[in-house]
Design a protein around this ligand. Structure first.
Ligand code: ATP
Ligand code: MG
Length: 267
């Protein structure tokens, strides 16, 4: 079920084939109830993952501005023990970061065993904003698809499960969300004038997304193209994929020490 939005690895991706309004036939109330049910499972599974401390999960979130990365993190991980979750947000690289290879700052943020790591933006910016704005020569960013696949392979071989989500909204939906940010005094702080030139390059970004969805969608680190115009359906799709993955990881509580049956706690 959670596999339904993963393109076939190696296949061509045309984002116009993916409807951002898709809601899988769900009504809003039913989707929310299902997400709540899955969340209970996620809370229990994460306790085990943390206790077991042998494997980790990396969740990568990418989207256009207003696509819902922040909202997804807030909703999906509601109630999950913060002790075992780490969020990393990737901004414009600092001079120190630019002085290293592009994966240097990313590798430092991968989740240790027992943890769920969430990337709010990620190494994929290197084949998105960098490509669209020509921040590096084409000959440089073109090689990053292979670098990324190799890096993710290394993580997978080291006990990290990787799930990547592209939150797919329509350009019209983005307009509405940007307008809502302007109109609502409590959301206005989120409005950035810098989002407007990015919006102008929508088509270029979609092309960049299509290429990375083709080239970096692997068995060991699949991309999900999440219909994201309806927040409640987006949350359901992401929660379900995470729950199914952690279930398959099958974390177990560690064996307690021997001889505990006869222990008497002293007064
Ligand atoms: P968001 O827009 O994700 O909610 P934000 O508004 O809090 O986050 P911004 O200040 O917009 O944060 O920072 C993210 C910006 O950093 C984006 O414009 C993104 O494209 C840019 N960025 C991230 N990684 C890179 C990179 N490797 N190279 C260049 N720019 C990058
Ligand atoms: Mg922003």
């Amino acid at each position: 079920m959670g596999q339904q939005y993963i393109p076939k690895p190696g296949s061509k991706v045309d984002l116009s084939d993916y409807d951002p309004d898709d809601h899988g036939g769900y009504e809003k109330e039913a989707a929310i109830a299902e997400t709540d049910r899955l969340q209970e499972k996620l809370i229990a599974l994460q306790e085990k993952l943390y206790a077991e401390s042998k494997q980790s999960l990396l969740v990568v979130l990418q989207a256009m501005d207003t696509g819902g990365k922040d909202g997804t993190i807030k909703k999906v991980f509601e109630g999950v023990n913060p002790l075992g979750v780490r969020v990393a947000s990737f901004k414009v690289p600092t001079p120190d970061e630019l002085a290293r290879d592009f994966l240097w700052r990313v590798h430092q943020q991968v989740p240790p065993k027992g943890f769920i790591g969430i990337f709010n933006r990620s190494h994929y910016e290197e084949v998105l904003v960098v490509r669209v704005n020509g921040l590096k020569p084409e000959a440089v960013w073109k090689r990053h698809y292979d670098h990324i696949n190799q890096f993710e392979r290394l993580l997978a071989d080291s006990g990290t499960r990787i799930l990547k989500f592209y939150l797919h909204i329509s350009k019209d939906e983005q307009k509405e969300r940007l307008q809502a940010r302007l109109d609502d005094p409590e959301k206005r702080w989120k409005f950035s004038l810098g989002d407007l030139p990015v919006r102008e390059k929508w088509t270029d970004y979609m092309q960049a997304y299509e290429e990375l969805l083709e080239r970096c969608n692997t068995e060991y680190a699949p991309w999900h193209i999440v219909p994201a115009n309806r927040k409640w359906y987006r949350d359901l799709v992401v929660t379900r994929a995470i729950v199914e993955t952690v279930e398959a990881m099958n974390p177990q509580f560690p064996q307690p020490e021997e001889g505990l049956d006869t222990v008497v706690i002293p007064d």
